[in-house]
Design a protein around this ligand. Structure first.
Ligand code: SF4
Length: 132
């Protein structure tokens, strides 16, 4: 098995939940294209400075709310990952998602891009408890 698991942090959310300690921001979606480019540059830099292309058996998009990323951003990040790392043929590719951000079209695009695992965050199925 290739040795590494990669975690990519996506620090954008629709709302900032009061109980959350993650490094994430609401209302800054206009920075997503710039953040995507920075993430791609960082991966290329890591590959260039490690002296070899490191091998990964899993990639996890966490946040924040990675499912706020438009498909073209995900495509660019996955392209950079592929150039910068050796990815396992049976790569586990996870995207953390907020159920409210998902549509059938978006899920189809995730599948096309190779995402094979979703991590859905939900504190409660009761609207009253969620408001609380
Ligand atoms: S959606 Fe999740 S990551 Fe974003 S602020 Fe709420 S708990 Fe934190």
């Amino acid at each position: 098995m290739l040795p590494y698991s990669l975690y990519l942090h996506i620090p954008f959310c629709r709302h900032r939940c009061a109980y959350c300690d993650f490094n994430t921001y609401a209302g800054l979606d206009e920075l997503i294209p710039e953040y995507t480019r920075a993430l791609c540059r960082e991966m290329a830099y890591s590959a260039a400075t490690s002296g070899e292309r490191l091998g990964a058996h899993s990639v996890f998009f966490g946040g924040g709310t990675p499912s706020l990323l438009p498909v073209d951003s995900l495509e660019a990040i996955l392209g950079s990952l592929d150039q910068s790392f050796v990815l396992a043929g049976d790569l586990e590719l996870t995207l953390e998602a907020n159920p409210g951000t998902l549509s059938l079209d978006y899920l189809g695009s995730l599948r096309r891009l190779g995402v094979n695992r979703l991590s859905l965050g939900m504190q409660s199925a009761s609207p009253g408890e969620r408001r609380l």
